[in-house]
Design a protein around this ligand. Structure first.
Ligand code: PLP
Length: 417
């Protein structure tokens, strides 16, 4: 299986593609994006997904989601222009950056983007001065401290102390707050964080209504893990369109300990309990959920070094491999201790296993991807494949030291086409 595709389903012959070529490449499997959208609709049909474009702004991924009817979470002028340029209407956009440049607010207004978040008095004043008809969403802070990337330090008003004051301030200014939002942290590991967050939403809705705001939107943010689905998925055999999900071996490295299904169950029951009456519109800003599994990076072993290591005992042979991507490129999340890459040889072969270290190709010694991986001996020119490389990878990469970004190879099956 490569990127969710069985060999015979794959339109690219890897042997042909890589022949005489040593550039790293990213396989973008659009089937996974489609399958994830269907999975979202099955698990959380009451919540409209607004894809967080920052996660992976690959044009084909955006087009698949736009065609399926997703909305989009934009954080900048460029993201707004990109998605409107693809024919998505302004009503399908939330400008979900609570701290916006003045010129970007003016631009949002000119493009008809009204729905936007705020988390401070200063931002409210700025929006009020620059946008004629904003539809305001109050972002409050909640946190899953075990998430891969907790968010509450940077954004969000305190839901108990500050958020009610902001609602009052907005009412005094004659501004209408239409809803609330939160982000439990990217790569959530604790589903109950959503329950707690939705309890705050309920409370803030009640306060907002009392103050005269037309509260109607609850935005449950992002945080939904993008990785493999765990055992709970296997108990749901009726869906055939998630065939790509079976690609993982159980012993492969995973970066999250909960999956989207567990979170969806908590969110559904929280909504049932806390918002039993109809009339509330639920939206979300999932990013990695849609993007993570869409890409697999295939990098070339550009150099190998055999070293004799001794740590007190008998010396042992270890392998060091150097590949043509790294932490300044697609693996930038390694620098933030957020991702632990796990590469494997693209082609299986028998061979003695060696303790192996994988380095990125730049001259920086921090450019290290893996240590102590047991792997068969690879020759220079062979390929390593890294799965689940679709979220926060190439979007945040640089070309430091002259290493180019990987070439993209898009694939889609007839079923999804
Ligand atoms: N919404 C906002 C405002 C974000 O900042 C982010 C990520 O940084 C997301 C959504 C997407 O989060 P995730 O990829 O965890 O779903």
């Amino acid at each position: 299986m490569i990127c969710g595709l069985k060999k015979e389903e794959c339109p690219v012959s890897f042997n042909n593609f890589v022949q005489g070529n040593d550039e790293s490449f990213m396989i973008v499997n659009l089937d996974t994006v489609y399958d994830r959208f269907k999975l979202w609709m099955r698990e959380l049909p009451m919540i409209e997904p607004f894809y967080a474009m920052k996660t992976n702004s690959d044009e084909a991924i955006l087009r698949v989601l736009a065609t399926l009817g997703a909305g989009f979470d934009c954080a900048s002028k460029e993201e707004i222009d990109t998605i409107i340029g693809m024919g998505v209407s302004a009503e399908r956009i939330i400008y979900a950056n609570p701290c916006k440049s003045s010129s970007f607010i003016v631009h949002a207004e000119s493009r008809g983007v009204n729905l936007m978040t705020f988390d401070s008095v200063e931002e409210l004043e700025k929006i009020a001065a620059l946008h004629k008809c904003p539809e305001l969403i109050l972002r409050y802070a909640v946190s899953d401290p075990t998430a891969n990337n907790p968010m509450s330090g940077k954004f969000g008003a305190d839901p108990v102390q500050e958020a009610p004051v902001l609602l009052q301030f907005a009412a005094d200014m004659g501004l209408n707050v239409v809803g609330v939002s939160f982000h439990v942290g990217s790569g959530c590991n604790d589903p109950t964080a959503y329950f707690v967050a939705l309890q705050h939403a309920r409370n803030l809705f009640d306060i907002g209504h009392q103050l005269g705001h037309k509260m109607e939107i609850v935005d449950v943010g992002g945080g939904f893990p993008g990785g493999k689905l765990f055992a709970s998925f296997e108990k749901v055999p009726t869906i055939t369109w998630v065939a790509g999900e079976t690609m993982w071996d159980d012993n492969e490295a995973v970066n999250n300990i909960v999956d989207m299904l567990q979170i969806a169950a908590v969110v559904r029951s929280a909504i049932r309990e806390l918002f039993p009456a109809p009339g509330v519109r639920f939206i979300a800003e999932p990013g990695r959920f849609f993007a993570a599994r869409s890409c697999a990076l295939v990098a070339n072993v550009i150099a190998r070094k055999t070293v004799l290591a001794s740590s007190g005992g008998a010396p042992s042979t270890r392998m060091h491999y150097y590949i043509n991507d790294g932490v300044y490129g697609s693996f930038n999340l390694v620098l933030f201790h957020e991702k632990y890459p796990f590469g494997r040889p693209l082609f299986d072969k028998e061979g003695e296993q060696y303790n192996s270290t994988i380095w990125g190709g730049t001259c920086d010694s921090r450019d290290k991807l893996e240590t102590n991986q047991m792997m068969r001996k690879l020759d220079v020119g062979e390929w390593l494949i890294y799965e689940e490389m679709g979220a926060y990878t190439t979007v945040a990469s640089t070309t430091f030291n002259g290493f180019p970004r990987p070439v993209k190879v898009h694939v889609i099956s007839e079923r999804v086409w």
